[in-house]
Design a protein around this ligand. Structure first.
Ligand code: EPZ
Length: 424
C-alpha cells in the first residue's frame, strides 16, 4: 500500500460546488490508543467503526509482533491478546507511526517490560516524549535510553502515582492511563488532556473492568485492577475528518450533510464557520448540515488550542478555506513548533500567505489557481485537496501515503459530493 501510494496522485478539477451527504469514518486518534489498550486484555476484544487506514494497519502489525491475533471484517477489528510472546516493538514500525509510543504504557502494563525505538520524528517538528517518560518513571518504570532505543522495565510492577503534566499532552495522558489501569494503587493525572479520544479510550477500558473517573476533565483518577477482561467497543466519529469535509463544502460554496457525527466534538469549529458566513443545522443528534453563501468573510484571528479550543489538526484545512475568503485571517499555531509546512504548497495554488514564526497571515483571494503540489504531512495533504477543490484548473496532489494515514475514503466521499477527483 505505502509503495503504490508513493507514486499515486489525486487529480482534481476545481470549481465544482459540492453537495450531498457523507457518513463519517471512525476516529483514527481514538482507534489507535484503544488498539494499544487491547494488549492489556487477556482475551478477544472487538473494535467496531474502526477506520481502514494505514496507521490502523501499522498498529495491527505491532500487535501481531507482540503475539496478538488481529483480523478485520468490514469496519470491525478483533484482537486476541491471550498469547503475548514479545515485548519488543520493531524499529521500522515505530518509525512508521509516531503514535506507536502509546503502546509503551500498555505493553509495560501487561508484560512488565517493553523495548522500542524512539518514535519517528514527525513532520510537525520535533515530537518529544519527555512527558511520557517522566510520568512512567514516576510510576516505577525503569527506562534506559540508549542507541535510539528505550529499554523499559517494571520488575516490581507499576505503582500508581500523582502526576501533574506541564502540558496537557494527548499521548502522555493516554500512556499514563494505559500504564495505570493494572498498576498497584491509585494514579491521579492533573492537567490531563480533555480530548474526546481520551474519553473514548476510558470508556473502552471501563468496559474491560478498569476503574477510571474524570476522563474528559483536567483531573483523571485511575484505581489499578489486577487484570482486565476483553470487551467490544464502537469508536467515536472522526471529528477532524468532519471538519475537513465541512471546509471542503465551504471552499466550494456548496453544502454537505454529515451523518454519524458528534457535533459536540466540533463545538470549536461550528462557530468559526458560522462567523465566516456558513449556516449549520443539527439533526437527530448525529447529523449536521452545512451550507455556504457565495460571499464568505474572513473570521479574524484563529488561535489553535488544546481541546475544547480550535484544534491544531484542523488548522491546515481551515487555512486553505481562509485563502479564499474576503479579508485577512491570522492563524496562531500554539501547539506544534512547525505546523506550517503546507503553506509553501498553498502558495503554489495561488494563496497569499506570509509567516512570522508561529503566526501565518492569510489574505483571501477571489479564486485559487490549479498547480501540482506535494503533501507534506497528513493534515497538510488534506489542506491541499481542500484548496484544489476551489482552484481554477486541474491540480495534482502527490505523496498520498500521508493522506491515507488518516482518511479512509477521501476521494470516494468527495466524488459522491460531486467533486471532479480521481486517483491515478
Ligand atoms: C495527538 O498527538 C494526535 N495524534 C495529533 O494528531 C494531534 O495533533 C495532537 O494529539 C494534539 O491534539 C494522535 O492522537 C495519534 P501531544 P500527540 O502529545 O499525542 C508536545 C493527526 O493529524 N509534547 O498532545 O503527539 C508536542 O511536541 C495528529 O491526527 C512534549 O513537549 O500530541 C506538541 O508540541 C497530528 N512532550 C504538543 O506537546 C511530550 O512528552 C502536543 O503534543 C509530549 C508532547
Amino acid at each position: 500500500m505505502a509503495n503504490s501510494a508513493e507514486s499515486q496522485k489525486l487529480v482534481i478539477c476545481g470549481g465544482r460546488r459540492l453537495g450531498g451527504e457523507v457518513t463519517l469514518q471512525g476516529a483514527k486518534n481514538s482507534a489507535l490508543p484503544i488498539l494499544a489498550g487491547a494488549v492489556l486484555c487477556n482475551g478477544e476484544c472487538v473494535l467496531h467503526n474502526c477506520p481502514r487506514l494505514s496507521d490502523v494497519d501499522a498498529a495491527c502489525r505491532i500487535l501481531s509482533c507482540l503475539g496478538c491475533k488481529c483480523s478485520r471484517s468490514g469496519n470491525s477489528v478483533s484482537i486476541n491478546s491471550s498469547e503475548l510472546v514479545s515485548f519488543d516493538v520493531p524499529g521500522d514500525l515505530m518509525k512508521e507511526m509516531r503514535s506507536s509510543i502509546v503502546f509503551l504504557g500498555a505493553i509495560i502494563g501487561r508484560m512488565g517490560r517493553c523495548k522500542l525505538s524512539f518514535p519517528g520524528g514527525c513532520e510537525l517538528g520535533p515530537r518529544p516524549i519527555d512527558l511520557h517518560l517522566a510520568a512512567l518513571r514516576k510510576m516505577g518504570v525503569d527506562i534506559k535510553e540508549e542507541h535510539g532505543f528505550l529499554d523499559c522495565r517494571a520488575e516490581k510492577g507499576i505503582q500508581g502515582a500523582a502526576i501533574s503534566l506541564t502540558f496537557p499532552s494527548v499521548g502522555a495522558t493516554e500512556n499514563i492511563i494505559l500504564a495505570a489501569v493494572t498498576a498497584k494503587g491509585i494514579t491521579e493525572i492533573h492537567n490531563a488532556a480533555r480530548e474526546p479520544e481520551i474519553i473514548d479510550l476510558s470508556e473502552f477500558l471501563k468496559k474491560c473492568g478498569a476503574k477510571i473517573t474524570g476522563a474528559g476533565s483536567g483531573t483523571i483518577y485511575i484505581e489499578g485492577t489486577a487484570k482486565l477482561l476483553s470487551a467490544e467497543h464502537e469508536v467515536i466519529p472522526d471529528r477532524i475528518v468532519a471538519a475537513t469535509y465541512m471546509c471542503c463544502a465551504a471552499i466550494t460554496r456548496g453544502e454537505i450533510m454529515l451523518k454519524k457525527t458528534n457535533y459536540r466534538h466540533i463545538s470549536a469549529i461550528i462557530p468559526i464557520l458560522e462567523q465566516i458566513g456558513c449556516k449549520v443545522y443539527l439533526y437527530d443528534n448525529d447529523k449536521l448540515f452545512l451550507t455556504a453563501r457565495k460571499d464568505l468573510k474572513a473570521p479574524g484571528t484563529l488561535r489553535t488550542m488544546v481541546y475544547p479550543g480550535f484544534p491544531t489538526d484542523t488548522q491546515p484545512m481551515m487555512m486553505a478555506l481562509a485563502s479564499t475568503l474576503d479579508g485577512t485571517t491570522v492563524f496562531v499555531e500554539t501547539i506544534f513548533d512547525n505546523r506550517f509546512r503546507h503553506v509553501s504548497e498553498l502558495l503554489r495554488l495561488g494563496a497569499k500567505i506570509s509567516i512570522e514564526g508561529s503566526v501565518a497571515i492569510v489574505e483571501g483571494v477571489k479564486r485559487l489557481s490549479a498547480a501540482d503540489v506535494d503533501s507534506t504531512d497528513l493534515r497538510g495533504g488534506a489542506a491541499l485537496v481542500t484548496a484544489a477543490l476551489n482552484a481554477d484548473g486541474v491540480s495534482k496532489v502527490s505523496n498520498l501515503y500521508h493522506i491515507d494515514r488518516g482518511y479512509a475514503d477521501l476521494e470516494a466521499d468527495l466524488k459522491a459530493l460531486g467533486a471532479d477527483i480521481k486517483r491515478i
